[in-house]
Design a protein around this ligand. Structure first.
Ligand SMILES: *Cc1c(COP(=O)(O)O)cnc(C)c1O
Length: 401
């Protein structure tokens, strides 16, 4: 996206504003499907929670992508967006048996990640095949906040409990039709990922009638110029040949699945915010914007890095700023950043704002959540209106006091 166009959108729709370039989403989707083109059956299930605007879901549906949903609400959004139930996989954690049954009734693939629910579900619905989420106990990358496959993680059924899973299957007569893992975000090391995959193959072998093996996600995207990202082609080459070999030994062309979120949408997103105030202190120069952790919490939550650009004055002399929000908390987006000289009223652009940005936004400090704009086939569309004061009051019941 060029700066002039982003600036025009900020002027047209106001700030703060999320902008998504669907061309980038489409090219990322193609990158991953191309990397695994030597496997007969491949299915990419976009992880809804990264960016769940229904129009973005429709883009994925138009690409023949499937959907990974972690709540019944995400399942319903997917159905509304036009996905067939069979193209949705539901991978919740810690939800009630009742919610799982409701989703199963919709015809969606269920993925169960604990033994207790597996046994209850199998007893009540032995005719509904389920996928099981395995915890391979491998730290695939990232920090402990975004890694979910390690030994202390709450996710998945331990590989050491496979004998118990098999007993549940035997006792209930249920069928396991898929094996799944998701080891967390930011895979840096392909060999670690492949090691986790071997564990998954080992588990898969022990179930005689599976239809798919789901390797989850965790693909890393670049956050800075020259930043490393998961080498998807290398992973594709290595895992594909290993997967094809697995299918041969298993005696069936099972489907290889992935469920990326960040990889597909992170780089498509730009967050635009206006500078309210420049504040010189004894230690730094703050640029305070008309947003905060209520709109973009990742830097404070995960210590994540978002490139920040001054698109109002791109050729200005570079100076150092700490970019902060207007929330009454310490909401620092970036410390000591080198940015083209910033004046009050300038528009700053945050990169990598597609994944886990709007979807984590809140009304903290009783602020409105921002508007969202989608660029599709060269045209811009408002896909979510900016909130208004009515939205803040909605659902509040006023008691006479
Ligand atoms: C969040 C999530 C993903 C997506 O992870 P990314 O790092 O965004 O690719 C995939 N699978 C499951 C089960 C998830 O919870």
């Amino acid at each position: 996206m060029n700066r002039k166009e982003l600036l025009r959108l900020a002027n047209t729709y106001g700030s703060p504003l999320y902008v998504y370039d669907t061309e980038k989403i489409i090219s990322q989707y193609k990158k991953i499907t191309n990397a695994f083109s030597s496997v007969k059956n491949v299915k990419i299930n976009y992880a809804t929670k990264a960016l769940s605007n229904i129009n973005i879901l429709k883009i994925f549906n138009s690409l023949k992508s499937g959907l990974d949903a972690v709540s019944i609400q995400e399942v319903k959004l997917g159905l509304l967006a036009g996905f067939e139930p069979k193209n949705i996989i539901y991978t919740p954690n810690g939800v009630s048996l009742q919610e799982i049954e409701e989703v199963a009734k919709l015809g969606v693939q269920i993925n169960i990640d604990n033994l207790s629910i597996l046994e209850l579900f199998g007893q009540k619905h032995p005719d509904i095949p389920v996928c099981i989420r395995i915890n391979p106990h491998v730290m695939a990358g990232g920090n402990s906040k975004i890694s979910v496959g390690h030994i202390d993680s709450k996710f998945g059924i331990s590989i050491h409990q496979v004998p118990h899973i098999k007993r549940v299957v035997e006792n209930t007569g249920m069928r396991i039709n898929g094996i799944h893992m998701h080891t967390g975000s930011d895979i840096l090391d392909i060999d670690t990922f492949l090691r986790a995959s071997e564990i998954l193959f080992e588990v898969a072998k022990q179930f005689k009638n599976i239809d798919f093996v789901d390797f989850g996600s965790g693909f890393k995207v670049p956050y800075k110029k020259d930043d490393i990202s998961t080498n998807i082609d290398e992973l594709g080459k290595k895992l594909s040949s290993r997967f094809n070999e697995f299918c041969k030994n298993y005696g069936k062309d099972v489907t290889l699945m992935f469920e990326p979120g960040k990889f597909l949408v992170s780089e498509s997103g730009f967050f635009l915010a206006k500078v309210n105030v420049i504040k010189q202190t004894t230690s730094t120069v703050f640029a305070g914007i008309d947003s905060g952790l209520n709109h973009l919490i990742r830097p404070m939550f995960y210590n994540s890095y978002h490139e920040i650009e001054n698109i109002s004055n791109p050729k200005g002399r570079e100076r150092f700023y700490s970019v902060v929000g207007y929330i009454c908390e310490t909401d620092t987006f970036g410390s000591n950043r080198r940015i083209a000289e910033v004046s009050e009223g300038d528009i700053l652009c945050f990169h990598n704002a597609g994944a886990y940005c709007f979807s984590m936004a809140s009304n903290y400090n009783s602020r409105f959540r921002p508007a969202e704009v989608m660029i599709y086939k060269g045209k811009d569309y408002l896909i979510r209106k900016r909130e208004t004061f009515d939205d803040i009051l909605r659902n509040q019941e006023q008691v006479t006091i």
